[in-house]
Design a protein around this ligand. Structure first.
Ligand SMILES: [Zn+2]
Length: 336
């Protein structure tokens, strides 16, 4: 798959260019349902670019209320809410109150509440943020306004309280969030929460950003990985926000050392997974890092490395060159 469309192509054109290639490949592989889902995702990106490169909360509130959502049962008292658009999966635990991991957009919070009422009469008592990206935590604006506690790594507070420039290939400017949307409980390394029935362990990693958290429901044997683990192909690593492929691999190793064959994994984006998919994904990242390191030792430049690095068949790469470039920079940084 071509990886660079050249500097003269606008972000909108670039997105559409990738769309047509991806659609054809994915239709062959997965059929219509997946294509419709992806079309929603990509249309959403185009909508964002068409508006401005600066994200706008008013636009979110006006245009994202119609986003379709599916409440997917995982096991008794555990669910995930899967969006049909650019938004992170929500993890749901029904305990003494309702615990949410990520919360998508403020605009869909009423819809999420309606869905939750079909399975519980309890109210949302706590929300956790896996990282600061808008498509996972914009719902903080709704939950925070009601005074519901928001738990996140301390970096998330810093990043939500000031404008943030995301890295290519999605170089959007995320404005500062209003104060009521900032986390109210922050931590540095690990935080344990319990409602007497379940222990929820939050583990911090510098991976997709510098403030990623994987959430482990210990009794349920379920993990929510945020965007450390995704199923849409090569992951997006937000280097401008401290993201680092070394940390991605380290976080996956941490997960895989603690997970078993029965463990269920909610990825940041994509369907419910097991360690099987997480192992394949982790091995892919290790392989790419090793390939890039080997070609760097041979003295190849970015263009040549990009040509030579192979990724597993069927894995989508919206911007392989940007990914390889990131890996190259991280190798240089770590080998200093
Ligand atoms: Zn993200």
């Amino acid at each position: 798959m071509p990886c660079s469309a050249g500097p003269s192509v606008s972000p909108m054109g670039l997105t559409m260019f990738y769309n047509s290639i991806m659609m054809t490949q994915l239709y062959r592989k997965y059929g219509l349902k997946y294509i419709l889902l992806l079309a929603g995702v990509l249309l959403h990106f185009q909508f964002l670019y068409a508006q401005s490169d600066t994200l706008d909360f008013k636009t979110f509130d006006k245009d994202l209320t119609d986003m379709e959502e599916e409440l997917v049962p995982i096991k008794t008292n555990y669910y995930m809410i899967v969006p049909q658009g650019i938004a992170g999966n929500i993890g749901v635990y029904l305990g003494e109150e309702v615990f949410l991991v990520d919360n998508q957009y403020s605009a869909v919070v009423p819809k999420i509440r309606r869905m939750l009422r079909t399975v519980s009469d309890k109210e949302v008592g706590m929300v956790m943020n896996t990282h600061y990206h808008y498509d996972h935590v914009d719902g903080n604006r709704a939950f925070g306004k009601e005074g519901i506690p928001i738990v996140a790594h301390e970096s998330v507070e810093l990043r939500l309280s000031s404008p943030q420039q995301l890295s290519p290939p999605w170089p959007l400017l995320q404005p500062a969030y209003p104060e009521w949307a900032w986390p109210t409980i922050t931590f540095k390394d690990t935080l344990l929460l319990t409602d007497g029935k379940e222990t929820i362990a939050l583990h911090h990693f510098i991976a997709h950003t510098d403030g990623d958290v994987m959430v482990h429901f210990r009794k349920g044997d379920i993990w929510h990985t945020g965007d450390i683990f995704v199923t849409y192909g090569l992951p997006y690593i937000d280097e401008a926000s401290g993201g680092d492929i070394y940390g991605m691999i380290q976080a996956l190793d941490y997960l895989l050392e603690r997970a078993g064959p029965e463990t269920l994994i909610i990825p940041g984006h994509g369907p419910l997974c097991t360690i099987k998919e997480a192992i394949t994904y982790r091995d892919m990242l290790v392989s790419i890092r090793e390939q890039v390191a080997g070609f760097m030792k041979q003295g190849l430049n970015l263009e040549e490395i990009n040509e030579k690095v192979t990724i597993p068949p069927g894995v989508e790469a919206m911007d392989k060159k940007a990914f390889i470039n990131h890996v190259q920079k991280m190798i240089e940084k770590h080998e200093k």
